[in-house]
Design a binder for this molecule. Structure first.
Ligand code: GDP
Ligand code: MG
Length: 721
């Protein structure tokens, strides 16, 4: 500008007794004056200092612990920040009491105002054996951190220089986005969107305003009501609903949960920043030391996972058998009581066969979610993510992405919804794309069917190998996408470490049911529709002439029998042979048969016959449908009733070679593992990424990869064998 340079308005914020006044005096020297904020009696101190031809105007804000509207001091501080909009805020924190002091820092970061952190009283902290890695802290919070000793003026120069530099850059407000857990986050997102759309209180970050509604902040709500009464009423309604829900499930209220997560964020940020002996010292500490221990953490975590999977698959097996029986009985009941015709076939084979196949997995899902709800509500999930953080960094992600990945072993749909807790969009997107490689419980029945039919002795090893291969593909994909599609620089990331609490039975069961219901809703729709479509394609077109031809053949056989020229068994065999032929002809000529033959050129290089191809195609609706489709298509060559397993084993080509050679099975199982799990997952990806483009990308990427892997297995394997 001119010789005098620019004047930058800055503010000094901090808790009471952190050394604010001392630092203020040190910086401004004699050039200060004391007055009152306009209209109120809260002391307002202002001073100046010159640096490199620029002037810094420094306002000493009242000391506060928070930015709520509970006290006059807090209101003054926050109004100054919002309406006077200082270029930079120097947030002074007491290094010897960092965890508590950072609570205000987090709120300043959430407001988004440009910040410089003065890490004060490092002398006192060092005296108490506290070592703070200020660079690490700076990296994690994404703000400059300058160690100071206000009493002696140490660090003052650097602090001013960094402040000036920051002010010169005129950074935009960029609010920190903290996750407040599965109860609050979705509502917060919703409120934020509504606030942004109506541009209510545009001087404030929308998410911050939303948070204030959740905290029932009178000042913000009064303003909101004046400006947009209708929206304000909606927001208050949403806030009340969460409050009720939290009261019922956790016996808590939004402010407490919000505070918990802020402290969790701080604890996570300090974990690698503070030296060992100063970790927060409450009951959480011992458990934390154990479960995030360098060597014990992993085994404990895998032990927990093992228990979880055992319970899911083993315990879940009993109610599953019961539901299977129920579904079967329902099918028989309908079969016995309805008149023959397409409607009956649709209900029995299409709807009961298809949807019933999915409902049987409900117990497994419920048990899995019981464990996941326990992990989340107790705070253990955050620890698990914490110890995985380093491993996840290798593939360009953070520990937080680990949670959706684990959930993916249950069902990919809620796992993709769980990516909401990941703040960074690029990490979220990558996680969303790799979740489908986590082998969900719907793929397990396919593995089990084939492994038990063809390699019963090494079954569990193959299962383990398939899961591991999925994880490997996920890791490679994450690395690839991070290096190509989503290269943007990541904000260093703080893992939250919320305090442990013993989850109440009510909270765990409520969360479990919420999820299970979502599963049923999301899966029930697509599966119902998918099953009906598959059935329709397999059933039509009905060729009256051909059917009549077979009817005539059967009638002839029966007539011969009546004329006593054949024995009873001969007649039954002859009729079975005709029925078999009828099915085969019908199959080949149905729409599904035509689709299969159409697909054959693409799938032939993988060694798949048209029936495998069609099964994979129908498996797009849901992986269980792969099995039910095979059940329909592989009718078997024997006249005796055979299990699907036996039918698969005996399936052969015209030259007598088996359809399911080891190479084909390997390629097929890998294909099932790799190509996208179901349409519901793709819809979930579309919903969460707000883009059909990315959802379709996921379809093509996973299917292309599946084809390639199966192709390589079959072609290279054929060369070697
Ligand atoms: P305020 O309430 O934030 O304005 O804090 P004050 O500036 O009044 O300081 C509170 C106390 O901390 C005073 O006794 C200061 O002398 C002391 N103090 C301030 N800065 C430091 C520091 O860097 N190191 C140490 N050891 N003491 C400090
Ligand atoms: Mg003071």
């Amino acid at each position: 500008m001119n010789g005098l340079g620019t004047q930058h308005l800055t503010a000094l914020a901090g808790n009471p007794n952190c050394g604010k006044t001392t630092l203020f005096n040190e910086i401004t020297g004699a050039r200060q004056h004391v007055g009152n904020y306009p209209g109120i009696t809260v002391e307002k101190k202002e001073g100046f200092c010159n640096l490199d031809g620029h002037q810094i105007r420094l306002v000493d804000l009242p000391g506060t612990y928070s930015l709520t509207a509970y006290s006059l001091e807090e209101l003054v501080a926050r109004d100054f920040l919002i309406y006077d909009r200082p270029a930079v805020v120097i947030n002074i924190v007491d290094a010897s009491n960092l965890e508590r002091n950072l609570y205000l820092t987090i709120q300043l970061l959430e407001l988004g105002i440009p910040l410089v952190l003065a890490l004060n009283m490092i002398d006192a902290a060092a005296g108490r054996g506290v070592q703070i890695d200020s660079e690490e802290l700076s990296r994690r919070l994404q703000v400059p951190v300058i160690p100071t000793v206000a009493k002696s003026g140490k660090g003052k120069e650097e602090l001013l220089r960094v402040t000036l530099k920051h002010a010169e850059e005129q950074p935009l407000w960029s609010p920190l986005h903290i996750s407040y857990g599965p109860d609050i986050d979705p509502v917060l997102d919703k409120m934020e969107a509504a606030i942004t759309e109506a541009s209510l209180l545009p001087e404030l970050p929308a998410r911050w305003t939303a948070l204030k509604y959740l905290e029932a902040d009178e000042q913000v709500m009064t303003k909101g009501r004046e400006i947009n009464p209708e929206l304000s009423k909606n927001l208050e309604g949403l806030a009340e609903a969460v409050t009720d829900h939290l009261q019922k499930t956790l016996e808590s209220y939004p402010e407490a949960i919000i505070a918990d997560h802020r402290y969790g964020f701080i604890a996570g940020g300090l974990k690698e920043t503070l030296s060992e002996k100063t970790q927060f010292a409450d009951s959480t500490r011992l458990i934390d030391t154990l479960v995030t221990h360098k060597y014990l953490g992993f085994p404990l975590f895998f032990l927990f996972l093992w228990v979880m999977f055992e319970a899911t698959f083993r315990l879940g097996g009993y109610p599953m058998a019961a539901i299977e029986w129920l579904v079967e009985q329902t099918g028989n009941l309908v079969r016995g009581s309805m008149a023959e015709g397409p409607l009956k076939d649709l209900i029995v084979d299409g709807i009961i066969g298809g949807v019933g196949g999915v409902i049987v997995f409900l117990p497994n899902i419920v048990i899995l979610y019981l464990f996941i709800a326990f992990m989340e509500d107790s705070g253990y999930m955050s620890r698990a993510a914490f110890i995985m953080d380093k491993v996840m960094h290798r593939i360009g992600l953070h520990g937080k992405s680990f949670i959706p990945l684990i959930m993916g072993f249950g069902c990919n749909v809620p796992a993709i919804m769980a990516t909401r807790t990941i703040e960074s969009r690029s990490s979220r997107m990558i996680t969303m794309f790799i979740v489908p490689f986590m082998s969900c419980s719907a793929r397990l029945p396919v593995y089990i069917l084939f492994v038990s039919a063809f390699f019963p002795s090494s079954g569990s090893l193959i299962l383990l190998g398939l899961y591991a291969f999925g994880i490997l593909i996920a890791a490679l994909t994450a690395r690839l996408f991070r290096d190509t599609l989503f290269r943007e620089d990541e904000t260093p990331f703080v893992m939250e470490l919320p305090p442990y609490r013993m989850p109440t039975l009510k909270s765990v069961t409520t969360h479990m049911w919420d999820r299970s219901r979502q599963y049923l809703q999301k899966m029930g729709g697509p599966i119902l529709i998918g099953s009906i479509i598959i059935w329709f394609l397999g059933y039509f077109p009905h060729n009256q002439e051909r059917e009549a031809g077979f009817d005539v053949q059967i009638a002839q056989v029966e007539m011969q029998h009546a004329g006593n020229t054949t024995s009873d068994t001969d007649m039954e065999e002859a009729i079975a042979e005709i029925e078999h032929q009828r099915n085969r002809e019908h199959q080949v000529n149905s729409y599904i048969g035509r689709i299969g033959h159409f697909m054959e050129p693409v799938m032939r290089p993988l060694g798949f016959d048209w029936k495998i191809s069609v099964s994979l195609l129908s498996g797009m609706a849901a992986k269980e449908i792969v099995i039910s489709t095979m059940g329909v298509l592989y009718t078997g060559d024997s006249d005796d009733q055979q299990s699907l397993k036996e039918r698969l084993q005996s399936e052969s080509y015209a030259d007598g070679s088996p359809v399911f050679s080891p190479l084909v099975i390997a390629g097929f199982l890998l294909f099932v593992l790799i190509y996208f799990p179901c349409i519901a997952t793709i819809i979930a990806i579309k919903e969460e990424s707000h883009s059909w483009r990315w959802a379709l990308f996921s379809v093509f990427y996973s299917t292309g990869l599946a084809w390639l892997v199966a192709f390589l297995v079959f072609q290279i394997g054929s060369l070697l064998m």
